[in-house]
Design a protein around this ligand. Structure first.
Ligand SMILES: Nc1nc2c(ncn2[C@@H]2O[C@H](COP(=O)(O)OP(=O)(O)OP(=O)(O)O)[C@@H](O)[C@H]2O)c(=O)[nH]1
Ligand SMILES: [Mg+2]
Length: 241
């Protein structure tokens, strides 16, 4: 029967990204009574689940980028002989479990998963794409909930949004007291999670002198730059190298 495991020899070679996305989270999060369109409790649970992934999964992502219910992990190395079935199952399973713990959920949740093959030089382009999606998502979800508040049904709101230009959505939301250029940065630009080396000075009791050591700590950056800018490009360049 082993030969029937026909996908077990599929392999993928780094660098690549793995993007996972919450299944049916519109409904799942709605049932939890989270704030709409954005709830910091949920974003924090996602970021903390990623941090747990860095610490406990046994995998070693270069960094991760998250917004809404999706996470992209970037890898330069992968155990399991680079087997696609392992990668696409273990990663979403770990995050589903971590998020269940973080949010103390009573119903199970799941994430789907795909592998995105990237050359080192494509990582920046990929991030530009996902951050643009975070921005579009930010605009349309504020627009959507503003239309619902003004009395439209879900279908009507979705249809109206399709016919609106970005500037019209901005004006609509602004007329309800929200400036889309001034919402929290994490809602517009996403959250980056990465490891950073820090030099620490300690005292070596045997040598009786001060010694410098490198500590790796995990950073959650809730104010990432716009990747299109010089500052953003430099950050990605640093992470990728
Ligand atoms: N209330 C609330 N909902 C959120 C938040 N972040 C994400 N979501 C929900 O998550 C959904 C993510 O979009 P999608 O991934 O396209 O929708 P989905 O329902 O997960 O559907 P599939 O991914 O296709 O299974 C959004 O539509 C929101 O409803 C949040 O902070 N608060
Ligand atoms: Mg989803």
């Amino acid at each position: 029967m082993k030969e029937r495991e026909i996908y077990s020899h599929l392999r993928v070679f780094p660098p690549f990204a793995v993007r996972i996305d919450g299944k049916g989270f519109h409904r799942a999060l709605g049932l939890l009574g989270l704030l709409k369109p954005y709830d910091e409790i949920f974003a924090r649970a996602m970021a903390d689940s990623i941090e747990l992934f860095f610490k406990e999964s046994g995998l070693n992502p270069l960094f991760a980028f998250t917004f809404s219910d999706e996470i992209s992990f970037f890898f330069y190395e992968m155990p399991y002989n680079n087997r696609v079935e392992k990668i696409d199952s273990i990663i979403p399973a770990f995050v589903s479990s971590a998020l269940t713990i973080q949010l103390k959920l009573e119903k199970p949740v799941s994430f789907d998963s795909r592998i995105v093959i990237l050359g080192k030089e494509d990582i920046y382009k990929y991030l530009l794409w996902r951050q643009a999606e975070a921005w579009r998502n930010h605009m349309s979800s504020y627009g959507y909930y503003t239309l619902l508040k003004s009395g439209m049904s879900e279908n009507e709101a979705a249809m109206s949004l399709k016919n609106m230009k970005a500037s019209q959505i901005h004006e609509l939301v602004f007329s309800h007291g929200i400036n889309l250029a001034e919402t929290p940065v994490w809602q517009r630009c996403g959250i980056m999670i990465y490891r950073e080396s820090q030099e620490k000075t300690g005292f070596d009791p045997i040598k009786q002198k001060e010694v410098k050591t490198q500590r790796r700590r995990i950073i959650q950056d809730w104010n990432p730059p716009i990747f299109k800018t010089e500052k953003g490009r430099k950050l990605i360049e640093r992470l990728v190298s």
